[in-house]
Design a protein around this ligand. Structure first.
Ligand SMILES: O=C(O)CCC(=O)C(=O)O
Ligand SMILES: [Fe+2]
Length: 315
């Protein structure tokens, strides 16, 4: 558990102390809980409440905002439309939201990957206002966390300022129906995967089900701790740090017997930003493992791989 409130301190040593904790956790696990993030509890609760309300609607209603109607990957995917483990379909349904940009925004006109407007469901009072406020709050926390990462890597605190410009920042509302305790391989809420982008902040309800792979391959439960986020870094940061920081496998198996809801927020940064080995990440004698690539290209590659795997069993 890392309390990141020190990142907002006026004292450099307070900020640096948080950076040191982030460094240690990212090297060892790539996963930790975050407290002191400043997102009001009421907003976290409201985001989950609205998520339940969205999925409680009949499928015909949800299909009005189907992801297939969006050019920028926003909208609803029904149950079993995705396979994060790249083998069996995930027992979950999802609504993709993101930075809500109008059609005439330069990044949308230029067709930057995944940039564009959200599809907002109708007939859910407070849904749009809540989700917009939640997205803005998580964008703010993400910017602070990028300062934490800069400190963790002994870089200037404003090192990632460009990265934060018009960021790819996807929010997924997720609904996992219950599955049996002895669920076989065919039944997983979300198959084992690493996240594609830079940062993930996971808001989950009280039912649990997230598991993170430990160093010797065992699955460790990451149950909800009220008021906190489960945080992890994704493949972009692993790539950027030449795998000094770990992008760790995780999965979801909902054996609570109840409907489970969660809202991960994925922060991947400005599509034009170039991911290349960061200063200070090479050990003696090591050279960069990955060629430089833009965020956009990196994300497109990750999506393409997932899509190809999914199309092998979905219609
Ligand atoms: O729902 C969760 O707890 C985790 C979801 C997840 O790992 C993902 O969507 O990438
Ligand atoms: Fe994930």
């Amino acid at each position: 558990m890392i309390d990141i409130s020190g990142l907002s301190s006026s004292k450099h040593e307070d900020r640096k102390a948080v950076g040191a904790q982030i460094r240690a956790a990212c090297i060892e696990y790539g996963f930790f809980y975050v407290s002191g993030h400043g997102v009001p509890q009421g907003l976290m609760d409201a985001a989950l409440e609205q998520t339940r309300a969205f999925f409680a609607q009949p499928d015909e209603q949800k299909a009005k905002v189907a992801r297939t109607k969006s050019f920028c990957n926003r909208g609803w995917d029904p149950l079993k439309a995705e396979s994060l483990g790249l083998d069996v379909p995930d027992n979950k349904e999802t609504l993709f939201l993101g930075l809500d940009l109008p059609l005439d925004h330069p990044a949308v006109v230029a067709r930057r990957f995944n940039h564009g407007p959200n599809q907002w469901p109708e007939g859910l009072p407070g849904f749009k206002t809540t989700m917009r406020a939640y997205h803005a709050a998580l964008r703010d926390v993400s910017e602070r966390m990028m300062v934490g990462l800069a400190l963790a890597l002994d870089l200037p605190e404003d090192y990632f300022e460009d990265f934060n410009d018009t960021p790819l920042s996807t929010m997924r509302l997720l609904h996992y129906p219950p599955q049996p305790v002895n669920a076989g391989r065919e039944q997983v809420g979300a198959g084992a995967h690493t996240d594609f982008g830079a940062l993930t902040f996971l808001l989950q309800d009280e039912n649990g089900g997230l598991q993170v792979q430990g160093l010797d391959g065992e699955w460790i439960s990451a149950p909800p701790i009220p008021g906190t986020y489960v945080f992890n870094i994704g493949d972009a940061i692993a790539r950027w740090t030449n795998d000094l920081f770990r992008s760790t496998l995780h999965r979801v198996i909902n054996v609570s017997g109840k409907e489970r809801y969660s809202v991960p927020f994925f922060y991947s940064g400005n599509p034009d930003h170039v991911l290349e080995c960061l200063p200070g990440c090479l050990k003696a004698g090591e050279s960069p493992r990955y060629p430089a690539v833009t965020v956009e290209k990196h994300m497109q590659e990750c999506y393409r791989r997932a899509r190809e795997a999914a199309s092998s069993y979905v219609g």
